[in-house]
Design a protein around this ligand. Structure first.
Ligand SMILES: [Zn+2]
Length: 80
């Protein structure tokens, strides 16, 4: 199970925002498999391109690159 392995390697935390993710459906903190580089931007399905993210981060990230998504998160924290 690649998901369980990734969750374990990340210490049970979301790759992007660091909250504790849970295994389950229909929950904002549900663990979802995310592509660091979206497939639409040339990413692969290799393990090195996969992380576990909470549902809310996964939904917010969409098809953005990791760099762009993180810069948007920083702007949110700054109150922008
Ligand atoms: Zn998150």
């Amino acid at each position: 199970m690649i998901r369980v392995r990734l969750i374990f390697e990340q210490g049970g935390l979301c790759y992007y925002c660091g909250i504790r993710i849970i295994i389950g459906d229909n929950h904002p903190r549900a663990a979802t498999l995310d592509h660091i580089v979206p497939l639409g931007l040339g990413g692969t399905n290799k393990l090195s391109n996969l992380v576990m993210a909470c549902r809310s981060c996964n939904g917010a990230k969409g098809c953005k690159s990791e760099k762009r998504f993180k810069s948007e998160m920083d702007q949110d924290r700054a109150g922008g």
